[in-house]
Design a protein around this ligand. Sequence first.
Ligand code: BDR
Ligand code: CA
Length: 312
Amino acid sequence: EINVLLFMDPGIDDALALMYALLHPNINVVGIVSGYGNVSKEDATLNTSYVLTLANRKDIPIIEGAKGPITGEISVFYPEIHGETLGPINVPPSFALPVEPFSKSFELIETYKGNITVIATGRLTELAMLFVLHGDVLNEYVNEFFIMGGAFMVPGNVTPVAEANFHGDSIAANVVMERAEKVRVYPLNVTHKVIVKPETIQKISSTSQNPFQPLILPIYTYYFEAYKKQWPGIQGTPIHDIVPLMALVNDELIQYVQRKVSVELSGEAKGESIADFRPKTLVEEQKEPSYIAWGINEQAFLKELTTILIRP
Ligand code: BDR
Ligand code: CA
Protein backbone atom coordinates (compact mmCIF):
# COMPACT_ATOMS: atom_id res chain seq x y z
CA GLU A 1 0.00 0.00 0.00
CA ILE A 2 1.19 3.49 -0.81
CA ASN A 3 0.50 6.12 1.85
CA VAL A 4 -1.00 9.22 0.32
CA LEU A 5 -1.73 12.67 1.73
CA LEU A 6 -4.27 14.43 -0.48
CA PHE A 7 -4.73 18.17 -1.02
CA MET A 8 -8.12 18.66 -2.72
CA ASP A 9 -10.98 21.01 -3.52
CA PRO A 10 -13.94 18.63 -4.06
CA GLY A 11 -15.45 19.44 -6.60
CA ILE A 12 -16.82 16.65 -8.79
CA ASP A 13 -13.59 15.36 -10.29
CA ASP A 14 -11.84 15.61 -6.91
CA ALA A 15 -14.70 13.64 -5.36
CA LEU A 16 -14.33 10.95 -8.06
CA ALA A 17 -10.57 10.91 -7.48
CA LEU A 18 -11.17 10.47 -3.76
CA MET A 19 -13.58 7.58 -4.41
CA TYR A 20 -10.98 5.97 -6.68
CA ALA A 21 -8.31 6.35 -3.97
CA LEU A 22 -10.57 4.89 -1.27
CA LEU A 23 -11.56 1.92 -3.45
CA HIS A 24 -8.05 1.13 -4.67
CA PRO A 25 -6.44 -1.79 -2.82
CA ASN A 26 -2.92 -0.31 -3.14
CA ILE A 27 -3.69 3.20 -1.92
CA ASN A 28 -3.86 4.17 1.74
CA VAL A 29 -5.25 7.69 2.23
CA VAL A 30 -3.70 9.04 5.45
CA GLY A 31 -5.35 12.47 5.39
CA ILE A 32 -7.18 14.95 3.19
CA VAL A 33 -6.50 18.68 3.23
CA SER A 34 -9.71 20.28 1.95
CA GLY A 35 -9.54 23.83 0.71
CA TYR A 36 -11.14 26.41 -1.56
CA GLY A 37 -11.00 26.10 -5.32
CA ASN A 38 -13.89 24.65 -7.25
CA VAL A 39 -16.10 25.54 -4.31
CA SER A 40 -15.55 27.28 -0.98
CA LYS A 41 -13.40 25.71 1.71
CA GLU A 42 -16.54 24.95 3.72
CA ASP A 43 -18.26 23.17 0.84
CA ALA A 44 -15.10 21.29 -0.12
CA THR A 45 -14.88 20.07 3.46
CA LEU A 46 -18.55 19.12 3.50
CA ASN A 47 -18.15 17.19 0.25
CA THR A 48 -15.08 15.40 1.62
CA SER A 49 -17.06 14.56 4.76
CA TYR A 50 -19.89 13.21 2.64
CA VAL A 51 -17.65 10.90 0.60
CA LEU A 52 -15.85 9.63 3.73
CA THR A 53 -19.17 9.04 5.49
CA LEU A 54 -20.55 7.03 2.56
CA ALA A 55 -17.33 5.02 2.51
CA ASN A 56 -17.53 4.45 6.25
CA ARG A 57 -14.03 5.96 6.53
CA LYS A 58 -14.57 8.64 9.17
CA ASP A 59 -11.23 7.52 10.59
CA ILE A 60 -9.35 9.43 7.86
CA PRO A 61 -8.54 12.92 9.14
CA ILE A 62 -9.94 15.88 7.23
CA ILE A 63 -7.56 18.82 7.56
CA GLU A 64 -8.46 22.46 7.25
CA GLY A 65 -7.21 23.99 4.01
CA ALA A 66 -7.06 27.57 2.79
CA LYS A 67 -9.94 29.93 2.21
CA GLY A 68 -8.28 31.73 -0.69
CA PRO A 69 -4.95 32.37 -2.40
CA ILE A 70 -1.75 33.71 -0.81
CA THR A 71 -2.40 37.23 -2.15
CA GLY A 72 -5.51 37.52 0.02
CA GLU A 73 -7.69 38.10 -3.05
CA ILE A 74 -11.26 36.90 -2.83
CA SER A 75 -11.67 33.79 -4.95
CA VAL A 76 -14.42 32.99 -7.36
CA PHE A 77 -16.03 29.56 -7.17
CA TYR A 78 -17.58 27.43 -9.90
CA PRO A 79 -21.06 26.23 -8.85
CA GLU A 80 -22.08 26.11 -12.51
CA ILE A 81 -19.57 23.28 -12.99
CA HIS A 82 -19.38 21.65 -9.57
CA GLY A 83 -22.80 22.42 -8.08
CA GLU A 84 -23.80 24.29 -4.96
CA THR A 85 -22.14 21.57 -2.95
CA LEU A 86 -21.57 18.37 -5.00
CA GLY A 87 -23.15 18.64 -8.44
CA PRO A 88 -26.90 18.03 -8.19
CA ILE A 89 -26.59 16.79 -4.60
CA ASN A 90 -27.11 19.38 -1.91
CA VAL A 91 -25.15 17.71 0.83
CA PRO A 92 -26.89 18.45 4.15
CA PRO A 93 -24.65 20.37 6.60
CA SER A 94 -25.25 17.59 9.14
CA PHE A 95 -22.72 15.47 7.23
CA ALA A 96 -19.85 17.78 8.25
CA LEU A 97 -17.19 15.84 10.12
CA PRO A 98 -14.73 17.33 12.61
CA VAL A 99 -11.77 19.06 11.00
CA GLU A 100 -8.15 18.96 12.17
CA PRO A 101 -5.99 22.12 12.12
CA PHE A 102 -3.64 22.65 9.18
CA SER A 103 -0.60 21.67 11.29
CA LYS A 104 -1.88 18.09 11.15
CA SER A 105 -0.72 17.92 7.50
CA PHE A 106 2.91 18.35 8.54
CA GLU A 107 2.48 15.98 11.50
CA LEU A 108 1.31 13.28 9.07
CA ILE A 109 4.34 13.91 6.83
CA GLU A 110 6.58 13.48 9.89
CA THR A 111 4.74 10.34 10.99
CA TYR A 112 5.05 8.67 7.60
CA LYS A 113 8.44 10.10 6.68
CA GLY A 114 10.14 8.32 3.81
CA ASN A 115 6.95 6.46 3.08
CA ILE A 116 4.46 9.07 1.94
CA THR A 117 3.40 10.61 -1.37
CA VAL A 118 1.63 13.95 -1.66
CA ILE A 119 -1.04 14.37 -4.32
CA ALA A 120 -2.52 17.82 -4.94
CA THR A 121 -5.56 18.25 -7.17
CA GLY A 122 -6.62 21.72 -6.15
CA ARG A 123 -5.09 25.18 -5.81
CA LEU A 124 -1.56 24.89 -4.45
CA THR A 125 -1.91 27.40 -1.61
CA GLU A 126 -1.59 24.90 1.26
CA LEU A 127 1.27 22.96 -0.26
CA ALA A 128 3.16 26.19 -0.99
CA MET A 129 2.74 27.20 2.64
CA LEU A 130 4.27 23.91 3.75
CA PHE A 131 7.18 24.51 1.36
CA VAL A 132 7.73 28.00 2.70
CA LEU A 133 7.70 26.71 6.29
CA HIS A 134 9.40 23.33 5.97
CA GLY A 135 10.73 23.00 2.40
CA ASP A 136 13.88 20.98 3.08
CA VAL A 137 12.10 18.58 5.41
CA LEU A 138 9.29 18.14 2.91
CA ASN A 139 11.73 17.23 0.15
CA GLU A 140 13.44 14.80 2.49
CA TYR A 141 10.36 13.10 3.93
CA VAL A 142 7.99 13.00 0.96
CA ASN A 143 8.75 10.40 -1.72
CA GLU A 144 7.15 12.38 -4.53
CA PHE A 145 4.70 15.19 -5.23
CA PHE A 146 2.00 14.55 -7.83
CA ILE A 147 0.26 17.72 -9.02
CA MET A 148 -2.76 18.11 -11.29
CA GLY A 149 -2.30 21.47 -12.94
CA GLY A 150 -1.06 23.48 -15.87
CA ALA A 151 -1.62 23.60 -19.62
CA PHE A 152 1.45 23.72 -21.86
CA MET A 153 0.93 25.40 -25.23
CA VAL A 154 -2.72 24.30 -25.33
CA PRO A 155 -5.85 26.29 -24.42
CA GLY A 156 -6.39 26.85 -20.72
CA ASN A 157 -9.72 26.24 -19.03
CA VAL A 158 -10.12 29.49 -17.05
CA THR A 159 -8.28 31.89 -19.35
CA PRO A 160 -6.98 31.41 -22.89
CA VAL A 161 -3.65 30.28 -21.47
CA ALA A 162 -4.21 29.14 -17.87
CA GLU A 163 -5.52 26.06 -16.15
CA ALA A 164 -7.67 26.53 -13.03
CA ASN A 165 -5.37 25.10 -10.34
CA PHE A 166 -2.35 27.13 -11.46
CA HIS A 167 -4.42 30.24 -12.15
CA GLY A 168 -6.30 30.10 -8.83
CA ASP A 169 -3.06 30.72 -6.92
CA SER A 170 -0.29 31.30 -9.43
CA ILE A 171 2.20 32.36 -6.76
CA ALA A 172 1.65 29.16 -4.81
CA ALA A 173 1.92 27.05 -7.97
CA ASN A 174 5.24 28.68 -8.78
CA VAL A 175 6.55 28.15 -5.24
CA VAL A 176 5.76 24.44 -5.48
CA MET A 177 7.36 24.16 -8.93
CA GLU A 178 10.46 25.97 -7.66
CA ARG A 179 10.84 24.08 -4.42
CA ALA A 180 9.60 20.50 -4.93
CA GLU A 181 12.52 18.28 -5.86
CA LYS A 182 10.63 15.19 -6.97
CA VAL A 183 7.53 16.42 -8.72
CA ARG A 184 5.25 15.06 -11.41
CA VAL A 185 2.86 17.44 -13.12
CA TYR A 186 -0.37 16.29 -14.82
CA PRO A 187 -1.52 19.15 -17.06
CA LEU A 188 -4.58 19.53 -19.30
CA ASN A 189 -2.36 18.18 -22.09
CA VAL A 190 -2.92 14.68 -20.68
CA THR A 191 -6.14 15.03 -18.72
CA HIS A 192 -7.93 16.22 -21.87
CA LYS A 193 -6.69 13.22 -23.81
CA VAL A 194 -9.05 10.91 -21.96
CA ILE A 195 -12.66 11.90 -22.44
CA VAL A 196 -14.91 9.68 -20.36
CA LYS A 197 -18.17 9.09 -22.17
CA PRO A 198 -21.63 8.79 -20.58
CA GLU A 199 -21.83 5.12 -21.68
CA THR A 200 -18.76 4.31 -19.59
CA ILE A 201 -20.26 5.93 -16.52
CA GLN A 202 -23.60 4.22 -17.12
CA LYS A 203 -21.81 0.88 -17.26
CA ILE A 204 -19.98 1.64 -13.99
CA SER A 205 -23.18 2.78 -12.37
CA SER A 206 -25.12 -0.31 -13.37
CA THR A 207 -22.45 -2.78 -12.24
CA SER A 208 -21.07 -1.08 -9.12
CA GLN A 209 -22.08 -2.36 -5.72
CA ASN A 210 -20.15 0.01 -3.52
CA PRO A 211 -21.59 2.89 -1.44
CA PHE A 212 -20.71 5.45 -4.15
CA GLN A 213 -22.94 3.77 -6.72
CA PRO A 214 -25.93 6.13 -6.29
CA LEU A 215 -23.69 9.20 -6.76
CA ILE A 216 -21.64 8.36 -9.80
CA LEU A 217 -24.18 8.86 -12.58
CA PRO A 218 -25.87 12.02 -11.19
CA ILE A 219 -22.65 13.89 -10.46
CA TYR A 220 -21.07 12.88 -13.75
CA THR A 221 -24.19 13.92 -15.67
CA TYR A 222 -24.15 17.33 -13.96
CA TYR A 223 -20.47 17.71 -14.84
CA PHE A 224 -21.05 16.65 -18.45
CA GLU A 225 -23.86 19.18 -18.92
CA ALA A 226 -21.53 21.92 -17.64
CA TYR A 227 -18.68 20.76 -19.86
CA LYS A 228 -20.80 20.87 -22.99
CA LYS A 229 -21.29 24.60 -22.47
CA GLN A 230 -17.55 25.25 -22.16
CA TRP A 231 -16.31 22.85 -24.87
CA PRO A 232 -19.03 22.63 -27.53
CA GLY A 233 -19.11 19.28 -29.29
CA ILE A 234 -17.32 17.41 -26.49
CA GLN A 235 -18.57 13.80 -26.22
CA GLY A 236 -17.94 13.36 -22.49
CA THR A 237 -15.71 14.86 -19.81
CA PRO A 238 -12.15 14.58 -18.69
CA ILE A 239 -11.81 13.54 -15.04
CA HIS A 240 -8.66 15.55 -14.39
CA ASP A 241 -8.04 14.70 -10.77
CA ILE A 242 -8.16 10.92 -11.16
CA VAL A 243 -5.14 11.03 -13.49
CA PRO A 244 -2.38 11.60 -10.89
CA LEU A 245 -3.91 9.00 -8.55
CA MET A 246 -4.11 6.47 -11.33
CA ALA A 247 -0.55 7.26 -12.37
CA LEU A 248 0.62 6.57 -8.82
CA VAL A 249 -0.45 2.92 -9.00
CA ASN A 250 -0.08 2.27 -12.75
CA ASP A 251 3.52 2.74 -13.87
CA GLU A 252 2.82 2.18 -17.54
CA LEU A 253 -0.10 4.59 -17.86
CA ILE A 254 1.77 7.82 -18.55
CA GLN A 255 4.75 8.93 -20.61
CA TYR A 256 6.69 11.90 -19.24
CA VAL A 257 9.08 14.54 -20.44
CA GLN A 258 11.59 16.01 -18.00
CA ARG A 259 11.56 19.79 -17.93
CA LYS A 260 11.60 22.58 -15.39
CA VAL A 261 8.18 24.20 -14.96
CA SER A 262 7.51 27.81 -14.07
CA VAL A 263 4.26 29.65 -13.65
CA GLU A 264 3.44 33.17 -14.82
CA LEU A 265 2.61 35.11 -11.66
CA SER A 266 0.37 37.94 -12.85
CA GLY A 267 -0.99 39.95 -15.74
CA GLU A 268 -2.91 38.62 -18.69
CA ALA A 269 -0.96 35.38 -18.74
CA LYS A 270 -1.37 34.78 -14.98
CA GLY A 271 -1.25 31.05 -14.21
CA GLU A 272 0.25 30.07 -17.56
CA SER A 273 2.60 27.14 -17.21
CA ILE A 274 5.87 27.41 -19.05
CA ALA A 275 8.59 24.89 -19.88
CA ASP A 276 11.35 24.93 -22.45
CA PHE A 277 10.39 22.14 -24.83
CA ARG A 278 13.19 22.75 -27.27
CA PRO A 279 15.04 19.51 -27.94
CA LYS A 280 17.54 18.39 -25.33
CA THR A 281 19.93 15.47 -25.21
CA LEU A 282 19.00 12.64 -22.87
CA VAL A 283 21.77 13.68 -20.49
CA GLU A 284 20.50 17.26 -20.41
CA GLU A 285 16.91 16.12 -19.97
CA GLN A 286 17.78 13.94 -17.01
CA LYS A 287 19.09 16.99 -15.18
CA GLU A 288 15.73 18.75 -15.42
CA PRO A 289 13.92 18.85 -12.06
CA SER A 290 10.38 17.74 -12.85
CA TYR A 291 8.42 15.25 -14.88
CA ILE A 292 5.58 16.55 -17.03
CA ALA A 293 2.97 13.99 -18.06
CA TRP A 294 2.82 14.12 -21.83
CA GLY A 295 1.17 10.95 -23.11
CA ILE A 296 -1.49 8.70 -21.62
CA ASN A 297 -2.73 5.25 -22.57
CA GLU A 298 -6.44 5.87 -23.03
CA GLN A 299 -7.48 2.22 -23.12
CA ALA A 300 -5.56 1.45 -19.92
CA PHE A 301 -7.13 4.48 -18.22
CA LEU A 302 -10.67 3.42 -19.10
CA LYS A 303 -10.08 -0.18 -18.10
CA GLU A 304 -8.66 0.87 -14.73
CA LEU A 305 -11.52 3.33 -14.17
CA THR A 306 -14.20 0.74 -14.82
CA THR A 307 -12.37 -1.88 -12.74
CA ILE A 308 -11.75 0.21 -9.63
CA LEU A 309 -14.95 2.26 -9.46
CA ILE A 310 -17.11 -0.87 -9.30
CA ARG A 311 -15.12 -2.54 -6.51
CA PRO A 312 -17.20 -3.34 -3.45
C1 BDR B 1 -8.70 21.33 -12.26
O1 BDR B 1 -9.45 22.46 -11.81
C2 BDR B 1 -10.57 22.05 -11.09
O2 BDR B 1 -11.70 22.61 -11.63
C3 BDR B 1 -10.66 20.56 -11.22
O3 BDR B 1 -11.12 19.97 -10.02
C4 BDR B 1 -9.25 20.14 -11.53
O4 BDR B 1 -8.51 19.94 -10.36
C5 BDR B 1 -8.78 21.27 -13.75
O5 BDR B 1 -8.29 22.43 -14.31
CA1 CA C 1 -9.57 19.79 -8.25
